[in-house]
Design a protein around this ligand. Sequence first.
Ligand SMILES: [Zn+2]
Length: 311
Amino acid sequence: MRIFLALVVLLSTPYLVLAQNAKKVLFIGSDGTTGSELRDIPTPNIDLLTEDAIYSYDAINNGITISGPGWSNLFTGVLDKKHKVVGNSFEKNNLANHPDFLQIIKKHIPHYETAAFYTWLPIGIILNETDTRVARRYAHGGDAFVHQIAQDYLRNEPADATVVYYGDVDIAGHNFGFYKEVPEYYREVVQFDRYVGDLVDAINARPTRSKEDWLIVLSTDHGGHKTGHGGETLGERNIFLIVAGDPVRHSELRRTNHRKLKMDDQLPLKRLKRYGFDTMPTQVDVVPTILDFLEIPADSYDLDGASLLGR
Ligand SMILES: [Zn+2]
């Protein structure tokens, strides 16, 4: 009898596996990468991703344009009023009550393996319960270092839900200016695009790739103004958000209101609507989108955004 049962299980397993592809999520972040500048700098690998993506280069950081709050918005799905990260010190934060999406995924799908690769160490304060963690300070080639390991991980490991963070674009912005006309900034954006291409190649080289559905999300914490950020100019608020992958149909979300606004002009939250940015995606849409893809109910997390799938 026991042998018979074992046989039944053995015979039926392949059909169960075929029934639904395994769902995998990769979030790729590039610090300080303004939406308008990314749109205009040639980035062939990212362009390829947008062929099957819901995406916008008119997306907005509708919170504080500093890394701590920006990444907290992206990873928790709530704004600073809730996560209470208002700067890079993370003092008196409320992240314990607003878990990052890797923790949420782990809670609902315990066998999922989560991982974070990053070069800005405070990312580890937000993503603080990953199964795998590779952190190295961005100075001295940090991005290239974690990139190598992230590539191997995505190629060879279960990699169910993964975050890869790059910091070099932001460093170039601070040193030389956050503008496509600045060669150092331009060069780092091009390098980021190569990194993206490598990660996609790693995924496509997985032996199990044909049995997997991938959602690949790309975004940034803030843009820039001159050699800084933290204020409310359009340049600082303007981010990009790309949700690409096997189940996604091409859709570019563009600002339809053509009221002129220069990158250096002030864009306080109360003026978002006036300039047509109120309907553009924001950072807090990322978590609801990922949970939607994984069919995890979002109701209990009091999220501030909405899923972009289907938009
Ligand atoms: Zn910065």
